[in-house]
Design a protein around this ligand. Sequence first.
Ligand SMILES: Nc1ncnc2c1ncn2[C@@H]1O[C@H](COP(=O)(O)OP(=O)(O)O)[C@@H](O)[C@H]1O
Ligand SMILES: [Mg+2]
Length: 328
Amino acid sequence: MSLAPPGIEVVDLQRTFKSLRAVDGISFAIEPGEIFGFLGPNGAGKSTTVLMLTTLLPPTGGRATVAGFDVASQGPDVRRHIGAALQEAALDPLLTGREHLRLQASLQGLGKPARDTRSAELLERVGLTEAADRRVGGYSGGMKRRLDLALALVHEPTILFLDEPTTGLDPQSRADLWEEVSRLAREQGVTVFLTTQYLEEADQLADRIAIISKGRIVAEGTPDALKGEIGRPSLEVVPAVAADRDRLAAVLGEFGAPTAGPPGAAAVRLEAGADGLAQVVRRLDAEGIALQTFDLHAPTLDDVYLAKTGERLTEAADDGAPVAGAAG
Ligand SMILES: Nc1ncnc2c1ncn2[C@@H]1O[C@H](COP(=O)(O)OP(=O)(O)O)[C@@H](O)[C@H]1O
Ligand SMILES: [Mg+2]
């Protein structure tokens, strides 16, 4: 046993719903103070995992300890150490932000003076002091998520669960929340388990990432290590004439293994890295294949995801709603 306070340990954790294996035997360990990003598309099993780790849903197999306590048999001990902002967080539109916090504080057994101080402190920390006495019904999405976060922090948990805390937020609100979450980890040593559908979020915020797809972990490591594993950049080329696609793919195939690209494109992972580009261009020119687009991509977490699952985890530009498995 180490002397450091334990974080989270998960061994072969499973949850089935009838015949569906929503979480299909996942294992990982999270160090105290670490921000762990649990990245995957809709339906991957992220929320089911969070519900099990927060003791709200019993596992159907495997085991998990959170803060050193077993989620199945030591629920109250687990709950004392954790805070959670879940996807279906219920805020009352008629209550103000401050009223929510005071209520939560009294549920946690804080006396009146402590309740008021703690509420004011948390409102300040998440940037809601000015809006504190307005009804939550008038809050923006970003303000609501920050209030969720403040509510999860009332009893000073050492481990924090955030289930898609920034889904649907605009980029500025998202960045504000990232800053708050990383400050919690860096300055207060809070362990953070965060689920997300956003590659960029996992990349920027998480110390370590597990990619989950269809209930299974398909990759795990630091963002840099995962990208390094993929290593070489990919080249995506769309021919000017659709009928040239197969010929184009054959030429590109001389320079690396085919990989999935956007519709209409031929794509390869360049064997020689970006150094071979000039030669690719010369070969295409010699074959008389006219091009519409020619894009070189440094490895991203999306490439890692693609390499591990055969699908893309693509983010739509408008509302950030991701689309999985769009690769043709
Ligand atoms: N209570 C439930 N009953 C039946 N199926 C469920 C239930 N909760 C989740 N599922 C299914 O389990 C899978 C994983 O869901 P979920 O964990 O919510 O994914 P994510 O949070 O990654 O979007 C999905 O196919 C979902 O429909
Ligand atoms: Mg979910």
